[in-house]
Design a protein around this ligand. Structure first.
Ligand SMILES: *Cc1c(COP(=O)(O)O)cnc(C)c1O
Length: 405
């Protein structure tokens, strides 16, 4: 790939993303796959990631907010698309018109859908969500009868089609946690009740990435995979991404902005939390918490520079941090690899999660728009094979690395 001279970049490997989707489909062979692309595809870029996931066979896309779903429609996605985090006054009519499956967790939302249906002059697709124990969104089991009855009535009137019944796990990433079986039992009852009342959902679903990877009995008709699509393990307890055959999609790198020799006893970065133990070489990595690098990585996070892992020396500032190279040499412009798939010995997002008291999910999702994304592996495998055998590849055909903020 062309090295674009940039301060920092998040390289997003769409071939790895497609391979991850195929791995996940093979793990849940009887279910359809939803690629969850909320939060700008966990910081990887929703539109290119959605397209790649579709190429690899994701029948569904999922977002949290309706705005995220509408943005995918505006970008040309026409497949099945579910969103679930609604608030009163939300863009229900726009979602109906855009053929988005709308999650309904309570009567207020169903009423908003029915108003939108009248305004749009066409029926809505809705999915009913039950809280089987997560204690977050979703209808309580106690209110389920009323919600099912209202949905059934709306369906009989031709206003809606109930396409799904679903729920979400609290502890699927903790193998053997008693809540898993308890939630499954409540879910099965809720589905059976809805079906006995005459609903005929196309998809019943409860599995997130950890359940897709480790709980076949939870696959039902559809698995909603997010973090695993991006090649990150849902929890170190379950295993590493490599254990599941997943490959991290994002590699975050920066170009060293300064390399200098300093004497012993030199304080480094705000607060002087680090002092050079002897004469040494300091390298400046020009990314900081404004780029999404956790300030909690101060003194703990590791970065690959010159083929070795180096611990962050002192505080992570808004725009930069420092690593101590000792007596190793480096040049301004040399690459620092913050995290990636590990091919060169760099840490993974999961390692950054451990070092900063969070999870791999947050490490990638918090990378901000100040870091340009560079997409590689954009051509689908079939297209790529055709190009490889073509006599001359045109570098301007849009299949090479692309840059977007
Ligand atoms: C985020 C989310 C998912 C995906 O979770 P992962 O653990 O990243 O696979 C699935 N379903 C819902 C409702 C979510 O909010």
């Amino acid at each position: 790939m062309n090295e674009t001279p940039m301060r920092a970049r998040a390289v997003v490997d769409l071939a790895a993303l497609r391979a991850n989707v195929r791995v996940l489909r093979a793990r849940a062979p009887k279910a359809q796959l939803m690629a969850v692309v909320k939060a700008d595809a966990y910081g990887h870029g929703a539109v290119p990631c959605a397209r790649a996931a579709r190429q690899a066979g994701a029948a569904w896309l999922g977002t949290a907010t309706p705005q995220e779903a509408l943005a995918l429609r505006a970008a040309g996605d026409t497949g099945r698309l579910l969103c679930w985090l609604w608030t009163p006054g939300g863009p229900f009519r726009e979602a109906v018109e855009a053929d988005i499956d709308i999650t309904v967790s309570g009567l207020w939302a169903l009423e908003e859908v029915l108003t939108a249906v009248r305004a749009a002059g066409r029926p809505a697709r809705i999915q009913l969500k039950i809280d089987t124990g997560l204690g977050r969104n979703g209808c309580t089991p106690g209110d389920w009868e009323k919600l099912v009855a209202a949905a059934r009535e709306a369906e009989a009137a031709g206003a809606v089609r109930v396409t799904g019944v679903w729920s979400h796990f609290a502890c699927a990433d903790e193998p053997g946690h008693p809540s898993i079986g308890a939630q499954l039992a409540v879910f099965r009852d809720a589905v059976a009740y809805a079906e006995a009342q005459g609903l005929t959902p196309e998809v019943r679903h409860i599995a997130n990435s950890p359940a897709a990877l480790t709980l076949p009995e939870a696959h039902f008709d559809l698995v909603r995979t997010g973090v695993a699509v991006y090649g990150i393990s849902p929890s170190p307890e379950l295993g590493t991404s490599g254990d599941f055959g997943l490959r991290p999609v994002m590699t975050l790198t920066a170009s060293l902005a300064s390399v200098k020799r300093v004497p012993a006893g030199h304080g480094v970065s705000y607060g002087h939390l680090y002092t050079t133990p002897g004469e040494t070489t300091l390298a400046l990595v020009p990314v900081g918490y404004a780029d999404g690098i956790p300030r909690a990585a101060s003194g703990t996070g590791e970065v690959l520079v010159g083929g070795k892992r180096r611990r962050i020396a002192g505080r992570v500032a808004m725009d930069q941090f420092v690593v101590d190279l000792g007596d190793d040499t480096a040049e301004p412009g040399d690459e620092a690899v913050l995290f990636g798939p590990g091919d060169r010995g760099e840490p993974g997002a999961e390692d950054w999660g451990r070092a900063t008291g969070t999870i791999g999910y947050e490490v990638v999702t918090r990378i901000t728009g100040r870091v340009p994304r560079v997409y590689v592996g954009e051509a689908d495998d079939a297209t790529a094979a055709a190009e490889a055998s073509a006599p001359s590849a045109d570098p301007a055909d849009g299949t090479g690395p692309g840059v977007s903020a």
